[in-house]
Design a protein around this ligand. Structure first.
Ligand SMILES: *[C@@H]1O[C@H](CO)[C@@H](O)[C@H](O)[C@H]1NC(C)=O
Length: 314
């Protein structure tokens, strides 16, 4: 029975995809209409269906083979979003395994510290806006604590980012580590040796680009948290931040799934509380300092990628 199902699914992959989209839309609609009393039973039901679809689809993967690279990545991302959705429903059976090399200490060490992130990022900038890669990666790891505050729903960003941090650290341990000392030297080296778009394994340039894009999103999100108040629905504000930034780089299906996922975000006061930032002018000033620093780092990196025409690395 299961085998038959898997066969059918792998033969009609397109249909399955369309069906999942329909289900997602139904879920989005259900959430929209039942927002006052979420999470509803209806919601869990749709989630269950989504999950079994995803499982069946994953099972069929091996049969078809020869998937396009981008397709696989989109699938991977979609799976993350779905996993996150089901986790926030309290089903712990489907815990994601973080295969990244990044190990995190528990509880207290996890506390997000805006000033620490700011200090780390600003210490990365040397003369002539040279950016140290080690430092960038360390600062980013600290920033990851912020992603985690957004809840399991953000694991589609967090897990991705942790994996990228691990890849960049590995470059710094390989035999040509010196070429990877700064972001500038890394790009120069990979461009000069035509390594930016390697098929076999992700290049440093491509890997950093993913972190760079997520940085734009997080900066936009922090701006929205700062510039709105608690009367505004935070999920729609966060969706706007996503649409203006990361969404540009995601396939349609992932975008839709992320939109649904946004409904699971904590509320604005809850987030501020978790970030240990007061909802006051002083708190806003602290956020502004951090946002400005993130934007400075973002702008420097953006210019480097623009110069070498690397902004669209697949
Ligand atoms: C970053 O660049 C954008 C667009 O060029 C600009 O509007 C913004 O002021 C810059 N921000 C910082 C902090 O340099």
């Amino acid at each position: 029975m299961m085998n038959y199902l898997i066969n059918v699914i792998s033969r009609h992959r397109r249909l399955v995809l369309v069906l999942s989209v329909c289900l997602l839309l139904v879920l989005a609609f259900a959430l929209r209409t039942s927002e006052k009393d979420r999470p509803s039973a209806e919601h869990s039901g749709v989630l269950g269906q989504l999950e079994s679809l995803r499982a069946a689809k994953a099972g069929g993967e091996g049969v078809g083979g020869g998937e396009e690279d981008t397709d696989r990545r989109a699938d991977h991302k979609l799976n993350w979003v779905l996993k996150s959705l089901s986790q926030s429903q309290g089903k712990s059976s489907d815990k994601p395994d973080l295969t990244s090399g990044v190990k995190m200490a528990a509880s207290d060490a996890e506390k997000f510290d805006a000033e620490k992130v700011l200090k780390l990022f600003s210490s990365c900038r040397g003369d002539g806006d040279i950016l140290s890669l080690d430092c960038y990666v360390d600062a980013y790891e600290e920033l990851c604590k912020l992603f985690r505050l957004f809840g399991t729903i953000f694991s589609f960003v967090t897990s991705d980012v942790e994996e990228k941090i691990g890849i960049l650290r590995d470059f710094r341990k390989a035999e040509n580590a010196e070429s990877y000392k700064t972001i500038q030297s890394m790009l120069d080296y990979e461009v000069a040796n035509s390594l930016t778009n390697m098929k076999k394994r992700p290049s440093g340039a491509r890997t950093l680009l993913r972190l760079h894009r997520a940085l734009e999103f997080i900066s936009a999100l922090l701006m929205k948290i700062r510039d709105t108040d608690n009367s505004v629905k935070f999920s729609s504000v966060a969706t706007k931040a996503y649409d203006e930034t990361l969404a540009k780089h995601h396939p349609w299906l992932v975008k839709k799934a992320v939109h649904v996922a946004m409904y699971m975000l904590p509320s604005r006061p809850d987030l501020l509380n978790k970030m240990s930032i007061e909802d006051s002018n002083a708190g806003k000033a602290r956020m502004t300092d951090l946002i400005d620093e993130l934007n400075v780092i973002y702008n420097i990196t953006q210019k480097l990628y623009e110069k070498d025409n690397l902004l669209d690395l697949p």
